[in-house]
Ligand binder design. Structure first.
Ligand code: URA
Length: 200
């Protein structure tokens, strides 16, 4: 169930949200980025400093790495996937969002999922995967596996920040994107991979 019948009303309402104290310290609400017809949704945790300043998810160093991995398998945030965060406003000094802040924010992501109706949901990092897939999701052991829930496929990937911290994990991270490309070919109807040469 969504409270919104179209994206402009959802986006406008989200941009004006004052449901928790984070509205006092944020620069921008980070609603999400991507076409409203995307069949694949990526979900991060919440905006950091760069995202707060620019109003877009994953625009820092981790975001650049994410774009590289996406482009390698023909995916792009402006053309065939949507990227959102579980929490839409940056907590001061990057502290974890409080339980009441998370609770106040949760319906925005639910509304986005209801409106987008994605075939595949990719959770970036443990926090996002534990929230969306199962409470005890073990990202080191279960990353890249697909779980069926509510008629959609969910998977959890390592967070780009984890790859920046430990670049030795890059290969297994990329392998999950390749598996994702295969799953997209299997279950998505109109997500044609973009020729990676277009991003070179
Ligand atoms: N980390 C996240 O989880 N989301 C962002 O948008 C940026 C960094």
């Amino acid at each position: 169930m969504t409270h919104f019948s179209d994206w402009p009303s959802l986006t406008n309402a989200c941009l004006q949200c004052r449901a928790c104290g984070l509205c006092e310290t944020r620069t921008n609400v980070v609603v999400g980025v991507g076409p409203e017809t995307a069949e694949v949704l990526f979900i991060g945790e919440g905006p950091g400093e760069n995202e707060d300043l620019q109003g877009e998810p994953f625009v820092g160093r981790g975001g650049k790495l994410l774009d590289l991995a996406l482009h390698a398998v023909g995916l792009d945030r402006h053309r065939n996937i949507y990227i959102a965060n579980a929490v839409k406003c940056r907590p001061p000094k990057n502290r974890d969002p409080l339980p009441e802040e998370q609770a106040a924010c949760a319906h925005w992501l639910e509304d986005q999922i209801a409106l987008l109706d994605p075939k595949i949901v990719v959770c970036l990092g443990r926090v996002s995967a534990c929230r969306m897939i199962k409470e005890d999701f073990k990202v080191t052991r279960e990353h890249g596996l697909f779980f069926e829930k509510d008629g959609r496929l969910y998977t959890g990937f390592l967070h780009p920040a984890a790859i920046l911290r430990d670049p030795r994990k890059k290969e297994e991270w990329f392998a999950d994107f390749v598996k994702l490309r295969e799953k997209i070919a299997e279950v998505c109807e109109h997500t044609a991979p973009i020729d990676p040469a277009e991003f070179a």
